[in-house]
Design a protein around this ligand. Structure first.
Ligand code: GLP
Length: 241
């Protein structure tokens, strides 16, 4: 894994945005895997800023989001549909029918998982996957113990993830208890992975990722087996690791 160390969150976000823009500009067709959470917000803001300044086109870009909560309507401010619209899709010229996010409201969740995975394959898999890191090592919503070969599936969120994400909701009780997530198998099939890690609360997790052993109890550890991973970590996240 290649590690880029930055002085702060801004610099991490700028470098990430520049890598994404480079891949978008140098291809005639590209499929991006996108992440939500607090970490990539500034990266998306830089992409929006670039669009205002340079009108970099997204007409040839297809996106698949990693995950979505089960039970939240798309227009709920805490849904990842809403998040992506707010931070990126409304800011660039990406055709809406080229953006895919799991549907957490469908009655047949098993079918949704299968269809989502098939759609990714129809677009020849993900070229560049953006990832954040959960404090317990989760990627997407793949919690500790998730089999490494699993594809899109339903998960029950751990107490640690519910508590970490409660900051976006009014109370812990309002955080959905389940989500649909691309699996670790899906993520590992991406051709390139960009992992963003920011803040001192991620310091221990990053240390474990860089120096620990590969173990299903720490989902991100599998990234050590992928041949094209770049970690961009700010000083708070990487210090003393
Ligand atoms: C969340 C999301 C992940 C995200 C991670 C870290 O639960 N499902 O996609 O990468 O946890 O979130 P944050 O960037 O807010 O720390």
């Amino acid at each position: 894994m290649k590690v880029i160390r930055t002085t702060n969150h801004q610099e991490m976000s700028k470098i990430a945005a520049n890598i994404i823009l480079d891949r978008i500009k140098s291809s005639s067709h590209i499929t991006l895997g996108l992440a939500t959470g607090g970490t990539p917000i500034q990266t998306y803001a830089y992409l929006a800023e670039d669009y205002l300044e340079n009108q970099t086109s997204y007409q040839h870009v297809v996106t698949f989001n990693l995950d979505e909560y089960i039970g939240l309507p798309k227009d709920d401010p805490n849904s990842y549909h809403y998040y992506m619209h707010q931070h990126l899709f409304s800011k660039v010229n990406i055709p809406r029918d080229q953006t895919f996010i799991p549907n957490g409201l469908t009655e047949d969740l098993a079918a949704e998982c299968e269809t989502y995975e098939q759609k990714i394959q129809q677009y020849n898999g993900i070229d560049l996957q953006l990832l954040g890191l959960g404090k317990n090592g989760h990627i997407g919503f793949n919690e500790p113990g998730t089999p490494f070969d699993q594809h899109t599936h339903i998960v029950s969120l751990t107490r640690s993830t519910i508590q970490a994400n409660a900051r976006f909701f009014g109370t812990v009780e309002e955080v959905p208890k389940q989500a649909i997530t691309m699996g670790i198998g899906s993520i590992m099939e991406s051709k390139e992975i960009l992992l963003l890690v920011s803040g001192k609360e991620k310091n221990q997790a990053l240390n474990k990722l860089l120096h620990g052993r590969i173990d299903e109890q720490f989902p991100a550890s599998i990234l050590n087996n992928h041949e094209n991973v770049t970690i961009i970590a700010d000083e708070d996240a990487i210090m003393n690791t």
